[in-house]
Design a binder for this molecule. Structure first.
Ligand SMILES: N[C@@H](CCC(=O)N[C@@H](CS)C(=O)NCC(=O)O)C(=O)O
Length: 215
């Protein structure tokens, strides 16, 4: 699975560069798996001094997708759109503009929860006296408001947009899995039973089970 070889030779297999903990990387891995797209996974932690990520993404963030011609794509929302077009197998995004934008809205909400949660993780790595409790509270407020909005929008439906599984469910599942991983104290299952049922349904899929965050 993981190699240290970042540089793709011409016509080499596509590559995903990322960590095993990032919810954004997980989203890309799940989309690729659901669409049976082959690639090499290069584990690289962007926080480490010897990371090669900045050579592929000037923003120094993962995920990065390296195409066969060596050009790189980022961020995760761009990558998943690209993957959707690479393979017709297992459509995850509607073609029509209106339902498509609804899915992208779900993705923005789920990714936004991950952004806020990741900011808290970074803040909590600082020495206690350098942490800003107001900043942490502000980000936590976004996480809680985001969970509430997802739960209300999901309602009694089996999947985020109704009857069919797709990118919206993948993005929401990655956000919920990340909260379980980093914030076991946030009891989103108790507060939002419908999100809990959705996550259990998602975890029946091999693509989700195989990518649960580790670290
Ligand atoms: N909007 C970006 C977010 C990517 C992101 O924040 N990745 C984190 C890992 S979870 C990262 O690489 N952080 C390193 C840094 O900020 O320097 C996406 O969807 O890909």
């Amino acid at each position: 699975m993981a190699t240290k070889n970042h540089k793709p030779a011409p016509s080499q297999k596509m590559k995903l560069i990322g960590s095993l903990t990032s919810p954004f990387v997980r989203k890309v891995r799940i989309v690729a798996a659901e669409k049976f797209i082959e690639y090499d996974f290069v584990v690289d932690i962007p926080w480490e001094a010897d990371s090669h990520v900045p050579e592929f993404n000037p923003l120094g963030k993962v995920p990065v997708w390296v195409m066969e011609d060596g050009k790189s794509l980022f961020d995760s929302r761009v990558i998943v759109e690209y993957l959707e077009n690479v393979s017709p197998v297992g459509h995850l995004l509607p073609k029509d503009a209106r339902p498509r934008i609804t899915v992208k809205r779900w993705e923005a909400l789920a990714d936004g929860i991950c952004d806020a949660a990741a900011l808290i993780v970074v803040e909590k790595k600082r020495a206690l006296e350098r942490q800003d409790p107001d900043w942490i509270r502000r980000q936590l407020g976004k996480v809680r408001a985001g969970l509430k909005a997802m739960s209300e929008d999901l309602g009694p439906q089996p999947w985020c947009t109704g009857e069919f599984f797709g990118l919206a469910d993948i993005a929401v599942g990655c956000a919920l899995g990340y909260l379980d991983f980093r914030f076991p104290d946030i009891d989103w299952r108790r507060d939002h039973p419908n999100l809990s049922e959705l996550y259990d349904r998602l975890m029946q899929r091999p693509a989700f089970r195989d990518t649960a965050p580790v670290g």
